[in-house]
Design a protein. Sequence first.
Length: 373
Amino acid sequence: MSVEARPVAAVRFATDDERARWDALIAANPGGGEVWQGDAYLEQKREAGRYRVHRLIVELGDEDRTAVAVGVLAKRAPLLGEWWHVPAGPAALDAAGQDPEAFARATRAVADFARANGAFLLKIEPRVPASAEADRVVRALGAVPTARIIPNPSTVIVDVRGSGAEPRTEDELFASLGKKARYAIKKAARDGITVERVPASEANCAAFFRLLEETAEGRFVLRSADYYRSFWQRFERAGAGQLFFAYRDGALVAGAFAMGLGSKTTYKDGASVRAKTAYGASHALQWEVLRWALERGAVTHDLCGAPPSGQASDTAHPLHGVGQFKTSFAPQIVDYAGAWDLPLSASKFSVWAKIGDRIARRLSLTVQKDPYY
């Protein structure tokens, strides 16, 4: 049956009751939900990123009355109206994320709803696996490729639970990691590197941000210290995030922050001292994150970002080193279908694509000292 022959019954704003249990609705989405669609992330972007938040329910016209929760971040562009962004979505509509046409039905419905509510652009970042068919289906919607916002269009995913009837034990999870990762974790322990789960206190957030500054220097742009502190503390308060520190001889040498929602956990931020005196600290940190994920009942852990699978061996790629580190835990890089702009008004999108987006980014960095997205 064609996409057009299976209409979406309705798209509507979530009710008060649905908003109150939003994370549970996101976790129930096909594929296990996405932390980027959860309450903590949406509220962080609303308060710190100058977005409006729309929580939508897509009800499908099928016999099972399938419904999918969709979180939207909206921002106003002067003279043009709002553009809407669906981070890491909309959700594909089968449990394995293998139905691009079903995803397209939901996307078309959200696009029509966005247009009816005054939006001129819908940005999507589907968790549909990359394929020629997925590319064909997304382009058939009228979408065009754009720069990613969510940081993991390609990534490495660790199977935390395993495929057995019972979840893996900690020893079984460790044995499932790559040989290089296991060696580095054991060496870190022999060298006296210890890892702790620490609260996102003011002092710990400040210490972690200093590590981030050292790691980022000359490599990538950071948001403000206030943004990171509010992010980490918000997720911790929601029970959806944890800060990890690695020490050697009492000195902080590396840090990491991880998030979780539903059956998934995700690595978010990581940093370490540049001095090569703490080999294995970052591996030891990720092992503690994986232990945390296992305790939460996670099925998978997303290491959040890698070079595209086809460029994994390209030493000139800016994420080559990152990819080598992450594939030491699990060998396969997962590529998603990418980031896309779906124009809802051809004339307004033309202005946005030619000058609007560029001006907005420049003003945000110059005036607000903050990335636009």
